[in-house]
Design a protein around this ligand. Structure first.
Ligand code: ARG
Length: 599
């Protein structure tokens, strides 16, 4: 099913090929910046006239004559220096709305070239409880996985947990010195974190502690049985706790292949890099240096300071024989390529790791993986009201568990005020969906590259670009069917389906009022918003679309009576309500957010 933009693009393109030589580059059609002038516009005549040194307004007039807009748009208007403005015909909108309404996928096609791609998200470092810093990666990654899957790609959701790094050296060293099995059993994170923090503090000033921790890590990585056993214990508790959080968030992974999974592959990776001349020996360590092929300022293996450029190597083996984060990531790229046959790997990881990924991707390209598309989808920081990274009142990282609980609790208070009539368990169920939905949406609705200020009041507001606003619009679309007084929503649905003339050649529903035309017009943009959000890895495009849709729906609701209208307008408006509701629910589902039937 073509979107209106695609349809117009095809028609304008046909005319442009006929009329212009040379043919100006596509695309030709864009949304009209001011909807009072039209729905779409083209500047093809302006561009074409420049090339041909012709009068742009005359050329625009000629173009208007040649374009075949039958069944789609009114005769275009020439505007300004040579734009053409198009307005879609109500019959076209009506037919398109009906087509989407009768389609389970709401008119969203599957891609014609499905790919196998890995999405690497969440990736917490275990033996530490998840905190607010892990929220963005988890939520963003989940939304991207859902969108790519819906578009027809084969998505492999992989949680690359940090279960093997420096932290474990410190924990092992500390646990051996003062660990307590009973405490570990009772409160694994509390106990391990206390140990970790203490050793980290000591290591700052005491070299012997730092060295001892490093030795423990090397022992673990070399397969020492005692360390391995302790590690397995820590790991088990941590994974159980992680799972509880993921379950609560409704986030799923296909694989959890942590850093440890690649341990045995690391020596081979370094050998291969050495053999192929990509890495070399550097003061006892092994590292990857600049190839000298990029402009110096773009070369991730160089950094500049006041004396000019110097090396910024990527370490793949330390002088003590230990391996690095980058070595594991290189082994991971090879595994994803060979084992999953992935053509693309998307890393949803915070902004501070931009340099790591630039180096990693360049190293992978020089190694064997130039054919793999590697993307770092980075994001900014969640800030507190003081515009510093969001912390608890005590100055600690906010634990994710506590944050989720607070979201539900605050939503619960609002619901208790709005719906004192509801039974306790129904209120609790609503509080979960509304609280967690609001939390997720507040994150996804931001341009991911920006830092944003966290505010409970804003994210739980029932007005504005929030999840509760969208959930509420959905509830309205459902309530109308209950008020219609029919048996079940499904009955009404079938009744409307039966009543509407589904012959695609004739427009089936009736649209006339400005508010219903505007809503219909917006409903047709759903596919565009998903594709754009997926392609640019920016779910906020989809959020913005849903917000605009909900806003137009509220306007329609205020201006166009539904149940008291005469046929065929009554049915047409019910179709608009139903399609709006399903679009909101599907859109929110792609963001990992649930809807409710009443609130
Ligand atoms: N564990 C890492 C961290 O907390 C994130 C892992 C991201 N994924 C990756 N393949 N490097 O910073």
């Amino acid at each position: 099913m073509n979107t209106p933009r695609q349809e117009l693009e095809a028609r304008v393109s046909q005319a442009v090929q006929k009329l212009f030589s040379p043919v100006p580059p596509a695309p030709y059609v864009r949304p009209c910046p001011d909807s009072r002038h039209g729905d779409f516009q083209t500047n093809a005549a302006l561009v074409g006239a420049k090339e041909a040194k012709a009068n742009p307004r005359e050329l625009a007039a000629k173009l208007a004559e040649v374009i075949n807009l039958e069944g789609v748009a009114e005769t275009p208007e020439i505007a300004g220096p040579g734009f053409l403005n198009f307005r879609l015909k109500p019959e076209y909108l009506a037919r398109q709305v009906t087509q989407r309404w009768t389609d389970d996928r709401l008119g969203i096609p599957r891609v014609s070239n499905p790919e196998t791609l890995v999405i690497d998200y969440s990736g917490p470092n275990i033996a530490k409880e998840m905190h607010v810093g892990h929220l963005r990666s988890t939520i963003l990654g989940d939304a991207l996985a859902r969108m790519y899957c819906f578009l027809g790609h084969t998505v492999i959701a992989d949680n690359h947990i940090g279960d093997w790094g420096t932290g474990f050296g410190m924990i092992l060293f500390g646990y051996k010195r003062e660990g307590d099995a009973a405490k570990l059993e009772q409160d694994p994170f509390g106990h391990l974190e206390a140990i970790y923090r203490k050793i980290q503090e000591e290591a700052k000033t005491d070299d012997s502690v730092r060295e001892a921790a490093k030795r423990e890590l090397v022992l673990l990585q070399q397969g020492d049985a005692g360390n391995r056993k302790l590690w397995e214990q820590f790991n088990k508790y941590s994974l159980e706790a992680l799972d509880r959080i993921y379950q609560r968030l409704g986030v799923q992974f296909d694989y959890t292949l942590g850093e440890s999974f690649y341990n045995d592959a690391l020596p081979g990776v370094v050998d291969d890099l050495l053999k192929k001349g990509i890495a070399r020996d550097s003061e006892g360590a092994v590292a990857i240096f600049s190839e000298g092929k990029l402009p110096q300022k773009d070369d991730p293996f160089l950094v500049s300071d006041k004396d000019g450029f110097r090396d910024n190597p990527l370490l793949v083996r330390k002088s003590d024989g230990g391996y690095n984060y980058a070595t594991t990531d290189l082994a991971t790229i090879r595994y994803r390529h060979e084992h999953f046959k992935a053509k693309r790997s998307i890393y949803v990881v915070g902004g501070p790791q931009q340099m790591h990924f630039r180096q990693l991707f360049d190293a992978a390209r020089r190694w064997d993986y130039a054919g793999m598309k590697l993307e770092h989808v980075w994001f900014g920081t969640i800030l507190g009201e003081n515009r510093k990274p969001f912390k608890s009142r005590e100055g600690d990282n906010v634990k994710l568990k506590a944050l989720l609980a607070e979201a539900e609790e605050r939503a619960g208070t609002i619901i208790a005020e709005k719906r004192p009539d509801l039974e306790e368990h129904k209120r609790a169920a609503l509080a979960r969906i509304i609280g967690l939905g609001a939390l997720k949406y507040a994150d996804l609705a931001q341009n991911r590259n920006l830092d944003y200020v966290f505010s409970w009041e804003k994210l739980l507001a029932f007005d504005g670009n929030t999840a509760p606003y969208l959930q509420n619009a959905y509830v309205r679309t459902r309530s109308i069917f209950r008020k219609a007084g029919e048996q079940t929503v499904a009955d009404i649905f079938h009744k409307i389906r039966g009543l509407v003339d589904l012959d695609p050649a004739t427009p089936s529903i009736h649209l006339a009022e400005p508010a219903e035309l505007a809503l219909a017009r917006k409903l047709l943009d759903f596919a565009d918003s998903i594709v754009m959000a997926a392609e640019e890895y920016r779910p906020h495009y989809l959020c913005l679309y849903l917000f605009e849709l909900a806003t137009l729906f509220h306007r329609f609701w205020e201006n166009c009576p539904v149940l008291t209208a005469e046929e065929p307008i009554r049915n047409s408006r019910l179709v608009l309500c139903d399609l709006t509701g399903r679009t909101l629910a599907q859109g929110l589902n792609l963001l990992g957010i649930e809807v409710v039937e009443q609130m």
